[in-house]
Design a binder for this molecule. Structure first.
Ligand code: ZN
Length: 284
């Protein structure tokens, strides 16, 4: 698997914030223990962002003109958010060229809506990559699988009603942001009760993958969050790192061109979860 990563994503932090640079630093160190091809992304052009976000929001991220208590402003965040989106695009292009690719970057993206910064997310990385491939006719049908513990409200809002996209999300409910309770149009939601364990979660993953198989996409985008781990400090689920090995194995078994974009995951076990997911993907 190709790992798309720039150490520049470590260049912002807020004291006490769970979305901290150490997450990525430790995950990168674990992935370096196995042979992978590493690629360095470039910040994406504004035109790519403007397919899914408004010009007003883009400007607000530049100058810090937004209100979300979870999502602080940093002087360099506009460039680093463009770098994270550029990384998702590079991962998607690798997938189309035949190699699965994992964008190991921050900030995450799946809560960012069309016109709203939200939940540690500035620009919606996976949505920017998917919208670009569709606009450029590089893919006609793309499925997005989101297994972050929190519902990908931004991705759902951006693609709801778009027949070229299937959005499938598994998430804890009730939990922030308290969306994704029912399935709507092209958006299929699997709300899971708190304390869901490995067996029930993998059963839900199988149901989600069956929906994707039926949709028969040209490409699969994965919003990968690892915050269903039992030790995660901001959620209440009961997976372990080994569960993510099985998640990787089962998604890879679809044999679709695929790219993965990192979302959340805040436990000390985060790096293990990422490494076992990648290992499971590569060892079917
Ligand atoms: Zn999350």
């Amino acid at each position: 698997m190709v790992i798309v990563h720039s150490p520049r994503c470590l260049e912002y932090s807020a004291p006490g914030h769970p979305e901290r640079p150490e997450r990525i630093l430790t995950a990168a160190a674990e992935l370096e223990e196995s042979p992978h091809t590493w690629l360095v992304p470039e910040p994406c052009p504004e035109a790519d962002i403007l397919r899914v976000h408004t010009a007003a929001m883009l400007r607000d991220v530049q100058i810090g003109h937004y209100e979300d208590v979870d999502t602080p402003h940093f002087t360099n965040i506009y460039e680093l958010a463009r770098l994270s989106a550029g990384s998702a695009i590079l991962a998607a292009e690798q997938a189309l060229a035949g190699t699965p690719a994992f964008s190991l970057m921050r900030p995450p993206g799946h809560h960012a809506e069309h016109n709203r910064v939200m939940g540690f997310c500035y620009f919606n990385n996976v949505a920017i990559a998917v919208a670009k491939l569709l606009a450029e006719n590089k893919a006609r049908h793309i499925a997005i699988l989101d297994f972050d513990c929190h519902h990908g409200n931004g991705t759902e809002a951006i693609f709801r009603g778009d027949d070229h996209v299937l959005f499938v999300s598994l998430h804890q409910s009730p939990c922030y942001p308290n969306t994704g309770l029912v399935s709507l149009e092209n958006c299929v939601n699997f709300p899971l009760p708190p304390r869901t364990g490995p067996a029930e979660f993998l059963h839900a993953i199988d149901d989600a993958l069956a929906k994707i198989r039926t949709f028969a996409p040209d490409l699969l985008a994965v919003s990968a969050g690892f915050d269903m781990h039992e030790d995660d400090p901001i959620t209440d689920m009961a997976l372990d790192a080994e569960t993510y090995r099985e998640v990787g194995r089962r998604i890879a078994a679809l044999r679709l061109p695929s790219f993965i974009v990192l979302e959340g995951g805040y436990a000390n076990a985060f790096a293990d979860c990422v490494a076992t997911f990648v290992d499971g993907w590569e060892s079917p």
